[in-house]
Design a protein around this ligand. Sequence first.
Ligand SMILES: *Cc1c(COP(=O)(O)O)cnc(C)c1O
Length: 496
Amino acid sequence: MDAMPKSFGTTAEETLDPVNWADIQALSHRVIDDAVDYLRDVRDRPVWREMPAEVRDFFATPLPRSPAPLAAVYGEVSRTVMSYPMGNIHPRFWSWYMGSSNFTGALGDFLAAIQGSNLGGGNHAAGLMDSQVVDWCKEMLGFPASASGTLVSGGSMANIIGLTVARNAKAGIDVREEGVAAIDKPLRFYGSDQLHSCHRKAMEALGLGNRALRRIPTDGGLRIDIAALRAAIAEDRAAGFRPACVIGTAGTVNTGAIDDLQALAKLAHEEDLWFHVDGCIGALIAISPENAHRVKGIEWADSIALDPHKWLHAPFEVGCALVRDASAHRKTFAVTPEYLESTPRGLASGQWLHDYGLQTSRGFRALKVWMALREHGIEKFGRLIDQNIAQGHYLSALIEAEPMLELTAPTNINIVCFRYRPIGMADGELKALNTEIMLRLQEEGIAAISDTTVHGQHCLRVAINNHRTRREDLDMLVEQTLRLGVLLEPSPQVGV
Ligand SMILES: *Cc1c(COP(=O)(O)O)cnc(C)c1O
C-alpha cells in the first residue's frame, strides 16, 4: 500500500459540529425557553418601535474573522433582531397583508433545518410530505386530485408559476425552445385594476411586458367588471392580439374584494382563455364554514396561487401554486440533466420536485405547514378565517357608529378601509391628517395599520389576518384613532 501523503492525517479534521454537545444542549434549552416566553408575552410589548442608533450601527459590524462563543452570538441576536421585530406576530398588527405565524410552525422550521433535506427531489420522507401538503392544498380548495402543484416562497412566486404555465399553454408555439419573440400574435392577459403588483413583475419576467396585462375597471364593490372584460377581449382580438389568460382575484389587497369567479370561469371557457386565480388572500376561505360560498368557482380555475403564510399563519415563507393540467405544468419546467436522472431504486428513484418550478434546491417548507395542520385540524383554521372576517365586520360597525370616522370602501371580508374625517376638511388635508394618525399609532406601539388609495381616495387600511386579534383590540384601535384625530386636527381658525 502507498503511504499516505504527508499533508493528510497529521491533525484532526475540523467540523461545524459543537465541541461539547452537553453545552449546546443547555444553551438550546435556554433558546427554546426564551422563545416560548417571547411568544407568550407578545401582547405586552409594543407592536413596533423605532431602532436606536446603536442597534442600527450593530448591523454595520464587519465580516467576522475570528470565532465567538455561541452563547455570545445568541446574546447579540436577542438584543438586536429579537427586540426590534416587524411586529406581525402581535395581536394589533394589521398592516399590508400577512399571517401572524405560530409556535408549531416555528418548531417545524427548526426540525426541517435539523433534518436538513433538500426538497429538489429524491426518494426520502420529506419529499413525500411535500407532495402530501400540496395534495392537502388541492383538497382544501376542491381541486381535482389529478392536478399538480408545488410549494414555493410565497404568493408572488406561486402566481409566476401559474402565469408561466398559462403563457406556454396558450402561446401557440414552443416558447421554451423559441422564446416569446417567435409568438405570432402578441399575448394579452387580463385582470382587474385591483390586481396585486406581483402580476406586473410576472409579466415583465415572462418577457410579455407590462402592457400585455390589461387592467379592467372594477365595479362599486371593487370586483372586475365582466362586461368591460368581455369588451376588452373582443377589442384585442379585432386588433390582432391573442387573448391568453384571465386572472381573477379572490381577495384583493386593497379591499378584500372577490371577483365573480364563476362568471370568470364561464367567460374563460367561452373565450378559450387560461383561468388563473390569485387566491393569496382568499383561496383558503374555501375551508371556512360560514364564508366558503364567497369563493365558489375557484375550483374551476386552471391554476391557483395560494399563500399558507397568510391565512394558515405558517412562518415565512411558503406559498403554493396549483395547476389543473399536471402535464402542462411539468412541460413548462421539467429539464432532466444527466446528473439528476432517476434510477430504478435508491435515493434517486423518487419524484424530482424541481420539475415543477424554477428552483433546483428547495427547502423543507412543508413540515411547518404539515405540523400545524396536523395539530389543530383544518376545521380550526376554517373557524379562524371566519373569526377574522367577523372581526372585519365588527370593526366596520364600530366605524359606522362614530360620526368622525367613515368607511371608504365596502367591507367584504377582513379588510377595512376608513378615514378620520372632521367636518369641512379638504381631501388633501385629510390625507396628511390620516397619514399622521397611522404613523403615531405605529410609533407609539399601539397598532400597525397601513394606508392605500382606492378609486382615487386615500384611506387607512386594516387587514385582520391574525389569530391573536380580539375584539377589544379593535375597540382600542377606534379609541386611539379618535384620540389622535382630535389631538392632531389643526385647531379651527379663530376670527379676529
Ligand atoms: C400577498 C399577496 C401576493 C403576494 O404574495 P407573497 O406571499 O407576498 O409573495 C399576491 N397577491 C395577493 C392578492 C396578495 O395578497
